[in-house]
Each structure stands twice: as structure tokens, then as C-alpha cells.
Design a protein around this ligand. Sequence first.
Ligand SMILES: [Fe+2]
Ligand SMILES: [Fe+2]
Length: 447
Amino acid sequence: MSSAPEFLLRSEQRSRWMRFDTAQLLKRFFFCERSLLVSQASWIPAIAPLEIKTGLARFIWQSAETANALRERVFELRFPSRLLEEEGTDRRLIELFDALKVSPSVPAFLLSAGTILLPALHKAYRAYLEASDLIADGPTHRFLQLALAEKAEQIGAFKLWIEATLSQNPEARSEAISWSDEVAHRLSAAGGVGVELRVDSTPAGPLEGAKAYSIPVHPARDQRFWPCRFYWPDIVDPSYFYGEGMQLQLRSAISHVNEVWAVEAGGIILSAFADLLPWEWIHNSARWTYDESRHCRMGYERLMAWGLDPAEIPLGTYIYESATVEGSGDVPTNMLGMLFFFETKNIRHKPERARLFHSYGDSLSEHDMDFDWADETLHASYGKRWLKELLGIRGQDPATYEEVRRNCEKSVNDYVGTATQAEIRDLKATAERLLKKANQLCQRSDR
Ligand SMILES: [Fe+2]
Ligand SMILES: [Fe+2]
């Protein structure tokens, strides 16, 4: 009898992972990205340098876009099921990623994210792209190539942030190192993020040195700026002229850079409601946080382009602190309410201001205001939608979202009422100095 094989058999690398295996790996990546971005968002208010605060907001948005693409791809691979199961056998790995939120300090957070967790994901993405099938799994390759490049950029940025932060806080070095060593040890015991299908063996239990997370009462501020609570005199003195001409150009840029509070509020709400609201909330609020970081940078870049010095520029805290002040209730809900209140309060002025800047020939302010306006229209809808959903989940009437907005307005007004005479005097002196300097810069550019 012939023993010739009955089938065409050939071992090919591209058949290494079947459809279901692929979905399992992509699901692991999804949960890693989700966890990373939620923790990163929670750290935004505690980080002082403007570059790191706004840079993190951008990386959170990148992670959210990658996670969203991963999530959609997992659904495609398991079609027709729309269920994305829980972490499953990756639960402990994801718990390790979640521990980033309870890092003991800013340097410890930066070090463990930048030198352990981000490189682990980068390595896993590269291994996945090398071993998976470009034909069957082409749709994944397209977005994961981008995610790989973004991870490399993120790791590079974290390296610089870690060096700068540790050089300014040398006393935090040893704690940061032992924390990230602990994270590294746990991760290697789990075999890294990896691309192996395995039984979860990551050690369980809290990490040594973990510190319970709490939302900072006061946001950290970049020390290069003039520190204050209220950043322009018209906030505390309604008779102070908002401005036109050069004064309006300056006032608008000051407003923009002071949207740093909105970046912090975005980070807080994203993280606080991540487990309560559906995935789309994280996706929306990551974009929201990133957009506010772009508005903040628009103001900063304009002020720098005009030749002003950060030490002369007031960077305030009053809106953030109106939401955290004692007796104001649930902080994340206040932050969401504050964002919604300010989005809807200011949006109507923006097209008119863009038109005025155009008439001054100030294309930079016009450009920034016009792009800002487009973002804010989207944000007002986010605010209304998610406040209503949140109220509904809590068993309250979703129609009362306007009440949350009004409470926030009242909290801000009450907080503004705490401004002292000395504070107002110093603020007016700083604003006058800045206006004088800007006036000199206008005359110089005339020559
Ligand atoms: Fe904004
Ligand atoms: Fe906004």
C-alpha cells in the first residue's frame, strides 16, 4: 500500500496565529493601552512643566486612538460577536499596568512608564508585526505600524522628561528607582507584554511602595510663569476692560495658555469615570484633553513668538480650585461641569474675535482662534452628552445637567469672591507691566 501523504502540507510562518489567537493578542494590547492612558491622565494635574503636561495629553490621545483601532479589530475578528471580554488570562498583567496610577511620586510614575511599560509595549508591537501575517491581518498592520512609531516617540520624550525631573528632584531618585525596579521585576516574571499565548503568571498583590491615588487639591504649576490664582484683572474686577486691539491679542493668548486647567480637568474626568462610563467616554475625553492641550500651547507659542517672557505671564489656578474647594461636592463631576460651563460660556465670542484678529492682520491669533472654535463646538456636545449619561447612571434625572452647570458657575463666582485686595493689586500691576512690554514690542515691530 502506498504511504504517500493525502494532503498538501507545508509549515509556513504566516499561519502561526489563527484568527482567535490574533484576537486574544490584540485584546491584550487594547487593555494595556487603556490602562496606560487612564493612569497617565490621572497624573496630569500633579505634573508641573507645561511641556510634560501637554505632551502627556497628546500621548493619551495617541493611546486612545490605538486602543480604539485594536478594539474595532478584535470585534471584526470575532464577528458577529460584539462582546469584548474582560481581561481574562491577562488580568494580572493589566493590574500591573494599572499600578502606574498608584506610583509613589511624579518621578516614579515617569520612570516606570517611560523605561518599563512603554518599552514593553513597543517590543510587543514590533514582535507582533514581525510574526503576524500581512495578508490575513493587513488591517492590523496599518494601525499598529503607526502605534509602533508613536511608542518610539513617547519613549524618547519620557527619557528627556525623566532626566529633567530627576535633576530637579534628586531626593526622589532612589524611591523612583526602587518603584520602577519593582514594576520591572513583576513584568519580567510575567514574560513581558509579549506575543505569547499563555497562562497568566504575573505575581498578584499590591506593589511595594504604592501610594493611594487622590486628586490634587491644587494643580502643579510650571515655575517659569508668574504664579497666581486669578490670571487677569477682569476676572476679579468686572470694570477692568477686556480689551481691543493689542490688548485683546494679549488677553486672548493669556486665556489660551491658561486653558492648562482644562487639560487637568480632562485628565481627571477621563480617569475618574473610566470604569463607570463606556469605552467611548475614554475615547472622547482623551481627544478632549488633547484638544485643550493644543489650545494651551497655542497661547504659549503666540506669547513666545511675540517675545514675551514666561516670568511675566500670569498662570492661574482659580477654575481648577473652584472644583476642588472644600464643600463643593464630587470633584470629578465638578470638573466635568466646569468644562461644560466654560465651553458654552465662551464659544459665542470666538468667531467675532477671529474676525477682529483678521482685521488687525494678526493671522496667527486668527488661525488659532478659528481652530479652537471648531474644537469647542465638539466639546460642548461631549459635555452635555456625558453629563446626562453620568446623571442617568447615578439614578438622577439626566435633564438636570443644566443644574450641574449652574452649580459650577456659582462655585466659580464664590471662589472669585475670595480674591484679596493685595492679590488684585499685584495682578493689576503684573497685567500693566505685561501690557507695557507688549506695547514696546508693537512699536519695535513698527520700525
Ligand atoms: Fe479649549
Ligand atoms: Fe474645550
